[in-house]
Design a binder for this molecule. Sequence first.
Ligand code: GLC
Length: 747
Amino acid sequence: MSNNIHLTHNNIDEIINHLSLQQKAQIVVGVNDKYLTTNYVVQGAAGYTFAIDSLGIPSISLADGPVGVRITPEPTNAVYTSYATCFPSTTALAATWNKELSKMEGEAIGNEAKAYGVDVMLTPGINIMRNPLCGRNFEYYSEDPYLSGFMAANMITGIQNNGVGTSLKHFVANNQQTGKLYNDARIPLRALRELYLKGFEICIKKSNPWTVMGSYNKIGGTYTQTNPELMKTILRDEWGYQGLVITDWYKTRNTVEQINAGSYLLMPGEKQQIEDIINGVNEGKISMETLNKAVKNVLELIIKTPTFNGWKYTKSPDLKANAELAKNIAIESMVLLKNDSNILPIRKACKVALFGATAYKSIAGGTGSSNVNKAYIINVSEGLESAGYSLDADLKRIYGKYIDFKTDLQNKYPNSKKWEQLSYYRTIVPEMGLKKGENWIAEASSNSDIAIIVLGRDSGEESDRRLEGGFNLTSDEKYMINQVTDDFHKKGKKVIVVMNVCGVVETASWKDKPDAILLAWLPGQECGNAIAEIINGKAYPSGHLPMTFPINYSDIPSSKNYPFLDQKSGKNFDYTNYEEGIWVGYRYFNTADVKVSYSFGYGLGYTSFSFSEPKIKKVKNDYIASIKVTNIGVNKGKECVQLYIKSPNKSMIMPESELKAFGKTKELSPGESAIIELSFNDYDLASFEENISSWKTSKGRYEIWFGNSSTNILAKKSLEISTDKFWKVNDVLKPVEKVNELIINLQ
Ligand code: GLC
């Protein structure tokens, strides 16, 4: 066969006819960089595809991750070198409730990816926060599929607007790290459809990600990557997905079953998988038609990428502008949980007694594949000083010594490079015990104007979080909060707690002590600057919780079916029964009327807003709900409008309400108003009826609630649906054993 043919945008079928079986197998299996041919190599990317230079098929690169481009900032053989911007955690982005901001972040990440020659970004991760101990929750958006889905869809669109691909992950139900390589997620079908699949469905239909990444775990007793019910019946037949399904990294499965199920790019790739495919075809276990379909899917991805379309390194991205964006997203993500007598903002520069090891060694992001090789991290202490606050010198000295000592003690890679130390090997130090330091507290409370306590919680892909010292505070942390607040309050001075944490921690037992609490999440590289701007009023908080903060861990229904740390086998490792069904987060707490510490959607600002003039109109197939939001306070602010629907469906127990749309105002000055319009349709109102394998929107009166939290509804309308509507789906992904589902006794 003449080999002078080169891949173009229009000759994939012809190219496939020129490929040998060996070449076809090589194209659907990733290569690590030592096998790469002459193509340009993005050092430190997570994976690459196989190049066939003679046919003009380049190797493309796939790099992490959710909060920025993870590549090596000091490449050996590339034409450029630089860092990437470390944006706030995915959870923080979700807490902005700002779809446009998510798209802007996507644009910036896509811009950096394109500048550095990355073809596909392995993001966003949208698994549902079923339980706060999941170690990867910081990489995920929410306990709610609509908040997750629409925020992630905008991220995908933003990145792909740069001509760079994305990878929607981890499809599906990677909701625990313990045992994730083996765990069979046994999910009742209503919960699977309404919670765990819904966010993926929204993303596929709203933003069409170039790739979808199969998770490690099983669903319906079969690994997701070898499960045609998931990868074909639902993803392609029901949702119409045309893109490429790639596997998650390293853990291989049965190669023949993966290809036959529709996982068409095996990452990062092993030579054995190439042999498996060749043998599979020769033994008739993989049809040539299937292999050709897989190859076509990969080539269809390749011809979209910057590398195929003549990418040239032009100039570094505008890292300064992107850092400013990262800071502004961090600011907009922060949730003001408490602000007694409006002590925040503290506009005048004053003397701050800064407590907490994390204040001086702050946490920009989580660890694992979502890491970003950033150039710097602004600690809270540095941000406060840059903003003009002076820090108690003794405390600064003591914490500095403590942190240096602990860092040296814990540092397993003392000879690693500076950039590795900053990002990969940045040891988080445990809280310093103050029990022997009452005099420090006493002196600080005499010499300073206010106290700021920073609580830290990191998290990583490597494992789930621990309950004690993870969800619950340590005794040193509790002592610090109690002692400092007692001492400062005795002297008529205020105390602020800043939470530089990965996600949900226990708050109910101590939240009455400080005067203000600011939830800062993992704010990215601009951490300290963002926090300082909120504290001094140069900026204002407008974040709202993307998940519930319960009073006790045991209040959470899924706590009865979650592995303990380091569990190595058995129930909740080999399989997990999602007995809570749909009762996750606010769906449970608000319906079962169980008290929480902070509700889903909750967040304060430096001003307040009224909602008025609720309206609903039908425009073609959509309902347009609108609400007038007015700033009735004395400071600027942005308001988050959350639209909850209460369904009249009587054929099954319904949540008290469910989020179906949300929006955020632009900045409103005191007295200023804005109209927010939110759209939804009949399908959004549907619930999944397992016994008929169908979505159903029942006829009846739907209550439409406009709130700024799931428990603070500020305006209501109703909507009459005249006839039942159905959307039939396939009866697939049944759990291998019946799951004994939680029954909620309605009040
Ligand atoms: C990891 C993660 C996935 C990441 C991939 C490449 O194991 O599960 O999210 O994109 O490998 O690093």
